[in-house]
Design a binder for this molecule. Structure first.
Ligand SMILES: [Zn+2]
Length: 465
């Protein structure tokens, strides 16, 4: 795995022993930057549809609930109704409701769009072995992890993720779209791009162990960077993830040091843009953050040290900050090597201060957790940090819905409206009064399929457990 301030990257070897994918899901050596693979343009199956995978009847589903929040306007609708058909929302609060065999009254809950986490690593979970997984585990290990953690994440209400995890989460996303696996929809990066020996590389081992080139995402100089971008996109990337600076969960030096130059980052962004693809940059220190924003990346992951100049430029360019801040409360520091633990303890207080200033200054924020560094399924804990720093509950919910959908360039989700994907969740009570209800998701529908429905404390749809 790669490192983020809580990310991983993983590596895996082919049967012949050659390293194939350095930046995959294994929580290997470097955690600071978790990177993900992206889905490619391979004839991806159509969006999930309600009936086919589960053998459900054809016809509309009607969902009823005490409340429905329009995250765009902030309006809370009472006694709400949503009609779903063929995996899409076909009506919200219509004048007349169709006679449906599947008519569900969810009761005293609030309907919300399925949440989007723009920074996950579903192929792994940081642990005491994370820094050796790169040389002891295979992609098959990560693949089974991705199924398990994907299920947990989906059941926590996250119906889409942007995942930085090599081929494993490229294929996870395809399996989800086929309806084969209950997991979030995936916008994958495939392998993360990084400099030789940097945070997105596999470090800490003897020469010859897990070395990589552009195919693995390790690229130095503009032309290698361009080659690496093209190769990731060829094999499924729908976003390019890069390590603009050093990071926490890796064995290289100072956590904030710039690793890619402005010239390299600019080449990366421009090449990705030719394919209609955006760049997400892991960055902690101010020089690297500034270079990434100047190069035109779509999002800064972590952004631990932000200057006024950087924040003003992010506002001007619409660059999202993906804070990944809840992990600070949840990372298992005692399981990290001393070097890594020291870096984490150095950078995390600064990151919290920068996030507070970014919120105060109006920097665009998209929800992201670096799940793998924190336990999968606890993603919603991120909301409470934002609210604790003065963001309104509504704006916090927007980070994981309309703002995340904007960052991911997926206008078919993030709102409950006619024509949108039927990715719908429900939480008890009113999240505008208590954001922590987002940790207690009672109902999950993805593409019209009911994934989770808790009634009387028991899940009537135990799939994914
Ligand atoms: Zn990460």
């Amino acid at each position: 795995m790669k490192r983020c301030n809580g990310s991983f990257r993983s590596i895996s070897a082919n049967p012949d022993g050659r390293v194939r994918d350095r930046a995959t899901l294994i929580p290997a050596v470097a955690i600071l930057v978790l990177t993900m693979p992206a889905l490619t343009g391979i004839a991806a199956p159509e969006h999930l549809t309600a009936q086919e995978p589960m053998g459900m009847y054809a016809g509309p589903t009607v969902l009823r609930a005490a409340r429905l929040l329009d995250v765009e306007t902030g309006e809370m609708h009472r006694d709400a109704v949503i009609v779903v058909e063929d995996g899409l929302i076909t009506a919200v609060n219509p004048a007349s409701v169709p006679d449906a065999m599947h008519d569900m009254d969810l009761g005293d809950v609030t309907l919300l769009p399925g949440f989007i986490d723009t920074h996950t690593h579903l192929g792994g979970q940081v642990s005491a072995t994370s820094f050796t997984d790169a040389v002891t585990r295979t992609e098959a290990y990560e693949a089974f992890n991705a199924v398990k953690y994907g299920g947990i994440t989906l059941r926590a209400g996250f119906t889409t993720v942007r995942d930085f995890g090599g081929d494993v989460t490229v294929e996870l996303g395809r399996a989800v779209e086929r309806g084969d696996i209950a997991a979030p929809r995936v916008i994958p990066s495939r392998n993360s791009l990084g400099i030789t020996g940097g945070h997105c590389d596999v470090t800490g081992f003897a020469p010859g162990i897990r070395e990589g080139g552009p195919e693995e995402g390790i690229a130095d100089g503009p032309w290698e960077v361009v080659e690496a971008v093209r190769y990731q996109i060829k094999h499924g990337a729908r976003v390019i993830k890069t390590c603009a600076t050093a990071g926490v969960l890796s064995m290289e030096g100072p956590v904030g040091a710039q690793q890619y130059t402005l010239e390299e980052l600019t080449a990366m962004v421009e090449e990705a843009a030719r394919h209609g693809i955006r760049v997400a940059a892991h960055a902690h220190g101010p020089e690297g953050v500034l270079a990434a924003v100047q190069a035109g990346v779509a999002s800064i992951e972590h952004g631990s040290i932000l200057t006024d100049e950087i924040m003003d430029l992010m506002v001007e360019k619409g660059t999202y900050l993906v804070p990944t801040t809840y992990l600070v409360d949840r990372i298992a520091l005692d399981q990290l090597p001393p070097l890594v633990r020291a870096k984490a303890e150095e950078i995390t207080p600064l990151a919290r201060q920068s996030l507070q200033r970014a919120i105060d200054r109006g920097v665009p924020i998209a929800f992201g957790t670096d799940a793998a560094v924190l336990p999968h399924g606890e993603n919603a804990g991120e909301f409470g940090i934002y609210v604790g720093m003065g963001m309104s509950e509504l704006d916090a919910l927007r980070t994981a819905t309309i703002h995340a959908a904007d960052l991911l360039d997926t206008p078919d989700r993030g709102r409950l409206a006619e024509g949108m994907l039927a990715d719908i969740i429900a939480v008890p009570g009113n999240p505008l009064g208590d954001i922590e209800v987002t940790r207690d998701v009672r109902f999950v529908m993805q593409g019209g399929r009911v994934i989770k429905h808790v009634v009387g404390g028991r899940d009537m749809h135990s799939m994914g457990r």
